[in-house]
Write a protein of this length. Structure first.
Length: 350
């Protein structure tokens, strides 16, 4: 099942609830591009392989391409998010609950950005819609355990595999270039790292863009009283809209997060930054193809930790890591509770 652009516009004009849902969804996508995408370019900016403005423009372009191209090829992640919760029953209350969860995500993400802490909008999204579904259904019957288990797989994949691939990749790079004069390889790694940053931005769009398109389609179906739809085809116009909004958010930039991830946590050389980008992009590609929703933030930051730890453990600023880990740990319960309370409050009001 799908929907044409003109039919969508007609429904938005006729249904104020759908209009609010669309605005909130696009707001979350914008915030994701603004606060989450900077992780993709943190390493190439911190090693001065590319300037901040050029890096942000590059990230905006490749975020756009990632959303569009990967969804055309494989939309498994979008389907996982769509089927993760049950907003069935009263379609009006379901739409209100969905809006509440999106509002919770915006609040959580902007607060974390204000303090310069790289939080995971992916986990905020999953927690927010799960909390809202529990509030709507009055219990855990609103959660699809079969799809939710993929989140646990994703958590292990983004942290354990991200760290491990970062460690292994940098060791391989060091072995290959062991006998080379570092001055002669600096140019190669500079341009390679720019390519690695582009690959990371592409995979960020591929992963996170699909998550939000799944929620977008859920909002459209709920507004039409079609909460029982189990499968759908993402229309090309929606890919373009989400791509452009995420690219716009990325273009706003998030230098606080670039500094926290790429400069404060580990002091990287260009070959190390390249290793972190390749490792993280590879991890995201695996998860996207298999339909596992992972945190692009966790994947990138743990790959950087792995690269730093491969040199020596003291290379990693564990104080900064501790702040990040606390934010990650608190995201699920924190955003879940906010989504739950907001859903109860919004349903009571409306």
């Amino acid at each position: 099942m799908t929907i044409s652009f003109f039919e969508f516009i007609r429904q938005v004009i006729e249904n104020p609830a759908l209009l609010i849902t669309v605005i909130l969804t696009l707001g979350v996508i914008l915030v994701n591009g603004w606060t989450d995408a900077p992780n993709a370019i943190a390493t190439c900016v911190s090693t001065r392989a590319i300037g901040p403005r050029a890096a942000i423009l590059m990230a905006a372009i490749f975020n756009f391409l990632g959303v569009f191209v990967m969804t055309m090829v494989n939309a498994n992640v979008a389907m996982t998010i769509y089927n993760m919760v049950d907003f069935g029953g009263n379609s009006g209350d379901a739409l209100v609950a969905l809006c509440a969860s999106l509002f919770a995500i915006v609040v959580w993400a902007t607060t974390a950005w204000y303090f310069g802490i790289p939080t995971s909008e992916s986990h905020a999204l999953i927690a927010g819609i799960s909390g809202a579904a529990i509030a709507l259904q009055g219990g855990f019957s609103g959660i699809n355990g079969g799809e939710w288990i993929k989140v646990i797989y994703g958590l292990v994949l983004s942290t354990g595999l991200g760290f491990g691939m970062g460690w292994v990749t940098v060791k391989i790079i060091e072995f290959i270039f062991k006998g080379f004069d570092r001055r002669k390889t600096s140019g190669f790694f500079k341009y390679s790292q720019i390519g690695g940053g582009a690959a990371m931005a592409f995979m960020h769009g591929a992963q996170d863009g699909q998550k939000f398109m799944g929620v977008f389609m859920l909002g459209i179906f709920l507004a039409n009283g079609q909460g029982g739809v189990e499968s759908f085809v993402i229309p090309v116009w929606l890919m373009i809209v989400c791509s452009l909004v995420m690219a716009l958010g990325t273009s706003i930039g998030g230098y606080k997060i670039i500094k926290a991830v790429g400069m404060d946590m580990v002091k990287l050389e260009q070959y190390q930054g390249f290793s972190a980008d390749v490792a993280a992009a590879g991890c995201l590609l695996i998860s996207s193809v298999t339909g596992i929703p992972v945190s692009t933030t966790h994947t990138k930051t743990t790959s950087i930790m792995g690269v730093g730890a491969a040199k020596r453990l003291s290379s990693v600023n564990w104080g900064v890591v501790k702040e990040m880990v606390w934010t990650w740990v608190l995201t699920f319960p924190g955003c879940g509770i906010i989504g739950f309370l907001m859903a109860k409050f919004f349903i009571w009001i409306f």
